[in-house]
Design a protein around this ligand. Structure first.
Ligand code: NDP
Ligand code: N5H
Length: 257
C-alpha cells in the first residue's frame, strides 16, 4: 500500500536529539513516504540529526539552519528550501523556549524580557514561519504545531510558557482563517508530558508525569511515536476537513476534572 504522504515535501523544525517530539514525528512521516527537510538552530542539534538519519537509514532532502529569533534567518532558510526543493506541502513547528528560572515559582514574577522571549520563540515564530512557508505551499498544505495543556489550565511551574502556548493556540485559529483560502490548514497537537531535552531539569516534570499514569483515562503516558502518528494524520489528506483545531494526545488526561 502506498504511504499516506507519498510525494509530499515536509519541513520539520525542532529535532534536538532522539528524544525530541520532532524526531518522533519525522519517523512517522518517513514511514508514510514523505520527503523530509529539517531545520535546526544549534549546530549540536544538526550533528545529532545527521547521526539519527544515518542510524535509521533515513535521508533528508535538505537540512538548513534556522533560528526563529531572526527574520533574516527565516527568510534565508525558506529561500534555500525554495531553490533546492521547490514546492512544500507540510510544515512541522516543534520549537519553544523560555528562561528556565521563569518556569518555576510565581507567574507574577515573570520579567518583561522573559515574557517577550517566550512569546517570540514559542508563539510569534509560528506566525513568521507560516508567512514564509505559505509562499512555497502552492499546491495547498498543512502546518502543525505542538502545544501543552498549561495553555488552558493553570499547571504549576509552566507559568510564562502557558501564556505563550495560549497565544500559540489563538495564532493557530487566526492563521487557519488567513491561509484556508489557499488550501492550507493549520492545527496543533496538545501532547501530554514527554521526557525530552527541554523537559530536563524543569521543576515539577516528574510529578506531572506520574499523575498522568495514575489519573488519565488510559492510565499511561504518551510517547513521541503517538504524537508523531497524530501529527502525521494532520499532515495527510485524511484530515483534509480539519483546520484551526487543537487535538489532545494525552491519554485523555484533559477531560478529567
Ligand atoms: P526538544 O528540546 O527536543 O526540542 C525543542 C526544540 O526547540 C529544539 O530542537 C530547539 O532547537 C528548538 N528551538 C529553541 N529555540 C529555537 C530558536 N530560536 N530557533 C529555532 N529552534 C529553536 O523538546 P520537545 O520535543 O519537548 O519540544 C518540542 C515542542 O513540543 C515544544 O513546542 C514544546 O513546548 C512542545 N511540547 C512538549 C511537551 C513535552 O512534555 N516534552 C508537551 C507538550 C508540548 P536547538 O536544539 O537547535 O536549540
Ligand atoms: C508543567 C511542566 C513542567 C515545567 C515547565 C516546563 C516547560 C518547558 C518548556 C520550555 C520549552 C523549556 C525550556 O525552554 C528549557 C530551557 O530554558 C533550557 N533548555 C535548553 O536550552 C535546551 C538545551 C534546549 C534544547 O531547549 C529548548 N527549548 O530550546 C510542563 C511539562 C509537564 C510538559 C512540557 C515539558 C511542556 C513543554 O512545552 O515542553
Amino acid at each position: 500500500m502506498p504511504g499516506l504522504l507519498e510525494g509530499k515535501n515536509i519541513v520539520v523544525m525542532g529535532v534536538a536529539n532522539q528524544r525530541s517530539i520532532a524526531w518522533g514525528i519525522a519517523k512517522s512521516l518517513h514511514n508514510q513516504g514523505a520527503t523530509l527537510i529539517f531545520t535546526n538552530r544549534q549546530e549540536r542539534s544538526h550533528k545529532k540529526l545527521l547521526k539519527l538519519l544515518d542510524e535509521n537509514d533515513m535521508e533528508a532532502a535538505l537540512t538548513v539552519s534556522l533560528d526563529v529569533a531572526s527574520d533574516e534567518s527565516i527568510t534565508a532558510a525558506f529561500q534555500e528550501i525554495k531553490e533546492k526543493v521547490g514546492v512544500i506541502h507540510g510544515l512541522v513547528h516543534a520549537v519553544a523556549f523560555a528562561n528556565r528560572e521563569e518556569l518555576q515559582g510565581e507567574y507574577a514574577d515573570t520579567s518583561r524580557e522573559g515574557f517577550l522571549l517566550a512569546q517570540e520563540i514559542s508563539a510569534f515564530s509560528l506566525v513568521a514561519v507560516t508567512k514564509a512557508a505559505k509562499e512555497l505551499m502552492t499546491e495547498g498544505g498543512s502546518i502543525v504545531t505542538q502545544t501543552y495543556l498549561g495553555s488552558e489550565k493553570v499547571v504549576r511551574n509552566y507559568n510564562v510558557m502557558g501564556v505563550a502556548k495560549a497565544s500559540l493556540e489563538a495564532s493557530v485559529r487566526y492563521l487557519a482563517e488567513d491561509v484556508g483560502k489557499y488550501g492550507i490548514r493549520v492545527n496543533a497537537i496538545s501532547a501530554g508530558p514527554i521526557r525530552t531535552l527541554s523537559a530536563k531539569g524543569v521543576s515539577g516534570f516528574n510529578d506531572i508525569n506520574a499523575t498522568i499514569g495514575e489519573k488519565a483515562p488510559l492510565r499511561r503516558n504518551v510517547d513521541q511515536d503517538q504524537v508523531g502518528d497524530a501529527t502525521m494524520f494532520f499532515l495527510s489528506d485524511l484530515s483534509r476537513g480539519i483546520t484551526g483545531e487543537v487535538l489532545h494526545v494525552d491519554s485523555g488526561y484533559h477531560i478529567i476534572g
